[in-house]
Design a protein around this ligand. Structure first.
Ligand code: HEC
Length: 141
């Protein structure tokens, strides 16, 4: 009995070590999908990514194509998107500006969540230009 306990403890320790070894790469992969989009960002795009994180856009909009509360920013730029009611819009500067300043003007089917409008006090025109660069860079991917 006295011998069995240390044996079992060391077995447990080995088990935990291998769980940790398996978990580490998985954690890195999950972060990589979000933080390091596999497209090259321009200087303004990189600053836009920082602003998007600081303001909180990235809580609802992914950079990797995955759906969150809102549509992904990935691969959208220049595409024609279908809005509720069958209207279409080109995903361009005017569309992104309207989506930030007056998001409920154009609804995307399949997204029931609401986005708060961002006025000048929350997102300045300078910020909007950087966010635009970020979304445009991701749009190419
Ligand atoms: C609380 C979650 C949330 C936050 C935060 C948020 N959005 Fe949104 N966003 C949404 C949802 C939901 C939609 C879809 C809205 C709709 O269909 O009307 C959307 C739509 C958009 C669209 C149109 C996308 C498309 O594919 O049609 C753009 C562009 C956009 N948001 C940019 C931003 C930017 C830039 C920020 C930060 C300043 C931001 N969003 C913050 C939830 C959010």
């Amino acid at each position: 009995m006295g011998d069995a306990v240390p044996g079992r403890l060391s077995h447990l320790a080995v088990g935990l070590a291998s769980v940790a070894a398996l978990a580490a790469p998985l954690t890195l992969a999950a972060c990589g999908a979000d933080d390091a989009p596999p497209v090259a960002l321009s200087a303004d795009g990189t600053r836009g990514q920082e602003r998007a994180r600081a303001i909180g856009c990235t809580n609802c909009h992914s950079a990797d194509g995955s759906k969150r509360q809102g549509p992904t920013f990935r691969g959208q730029w220049g595409k024609v998107v279908t809005l509720s009611g069958g209207r279409t819009a080109t995903y361009d500067e005017a569309y992104v500006t309207e989506s930030v300043r007056n998001p409920n003007a154009a609804r995307r089917p399949g997204f029931t969540g609401a986005m708060t409008p961002y006025d000048q006090a929350k997102v300045s025109d300078a910020d909007l230009a950087l966010l635009m660069a970020y979304v445009r860079d991701l749009g190419a991917g």
